[in-house]
Design a protein around this ligand. Structure first.
Ligand code: SF4
Ligand code: SF4
Ligand code: SF4
Length: 282
């Protein structure tokens, strides 16, 4: 029976919950370490190490470097591990100040100057983007399921139809107003970025009437490019399907709802980062 561990760095534990929602692994894999549910002091030797969360503290970094030495295969799962995600929000000055004050009082791990993706420090065999990745995607990793193929983009999994006779003039926001069934959310004035977002999640958000915010990251076409290419593509889609002014789209693309994801594969820390090869991204 293959042994796997889940190393939880700085994140929200949503990735772990998504993994626990997939019960297909329970009889076939041996989960030997995952602080959320398995209280073991340290990561033992494993076949697969899943890493969730970004590297935010000195403790994260210490654990990360130790754990990868004991794994045959290392997989970065979720936005936080791949690009910082919610942990990255702690880079804001006011949050850092608050945390540092508390850290002195409670002897919690020391903050590193910035959040970093795990591949800043260790080699990664496979990336599994999503916030969180769905249970099915977790199973595709554990099973090394050769049959699983993520669709190129979320639109292919969404089922909503793009129509010619609905051209909104303004954005409606993210989740307000009545959403018509079956019709593409862009046609209805919602900022859905499914056209440029990697598929594989089965489009739960647009199917339920919520715009895709791009948590699976850029599709293969954009994955090895800077995020500006992603922006340009999304803007082109809105130009073709709506009469919404460019400035409005521009401002919305930089809104907090999308900020965690649209910069997912770009270098948010200002340093040069080699593009992640698309062959390594599920
Ligand atoms: S990727 Fe999303 S779900 Fe996973 S730990 Fe980070 S914030 Fe939570
Ligand atoms: S843009 Fe959004 S709503 Fe429209 S088809 Fe694509 S995923 Fe579905
Ligand atoms: S539809 Fe978009 S936001 Fe929703 S899970 Fe898929 S990639 Fe993430």
């Amino acid at each position: 029976m293959e042994r796997f561990a889940v190393l939880q760095l700085s994140g929200c534990a949503g990735c772990e919950v998504s993994l626990l929602n997939a019960d297909a692994w329970v009889d076939r894999f041996d989960l030997v370490y995952m602080p959320l549910v398995a209280s073991v002091h340290d990561v033992p030797e494993v076949d697969i190490l899943l890493i969730s969360g970004g590297v935010r503290t000195d403790e994260d970094l210490y654990k990360l470097r130790r754990a990868v030495k004991r794994a045959q295969q290392v997989v970065a799962v979720g936005t936080c591990a791949i690009s910082g995600g919610v942990a990255n929000l702690g880079d804001r000055d006011d949050v850092r100040e608050l945390f540092l004050t508390q850290a002195q009082r409670h002897h919690v791990p020391r903050l590193l100057p910035k959040t970093h993706p795990v591949d800043t420090y260790v080699d990664i065999d496979l990336y599994l983007p999503g916030c969180p990745p769905t249970s099915e995607l977790f199973m595709a990793v554990l099973d090394e399921d050769a049959d699983f193929k993520a669709s190129k983009i979320v639109c292919q999994e969404c089922g909503r139809k793009k129509v010619r006779d609905m051209r909104p003039r303004h954005l409606l926001g993210f989740q307000q107003g009545e959403v018509l069934p079956d019709i593409c959310l862009v046609n209805q004035g919602y900022l859905c970025v499914g056209t440029s977002t990697r598929g594989g999640c089965r489009a739960p958000c647009p199917r339920a009437g919520h715009p895709c915010v791009g948590c699976r990251g850029p599709s293969d076409v954009f994955i090895e490019k800077q995020s500006e290419a992603w922006f340009t593509s999304i803007k082109r889609v809105f130009k073709g399907m709506t009469d919404i002014p460019d400035e409005e789209i521009d401002a919305a693309l930089r809104s907090p709802q999308l900020a965690l994801f649209l910069f997912q594969f770009s270098d948010y820390s200002g340093e040069e980062r080699a593009p992640r090869p698309k062959e390594k991204v599920l």
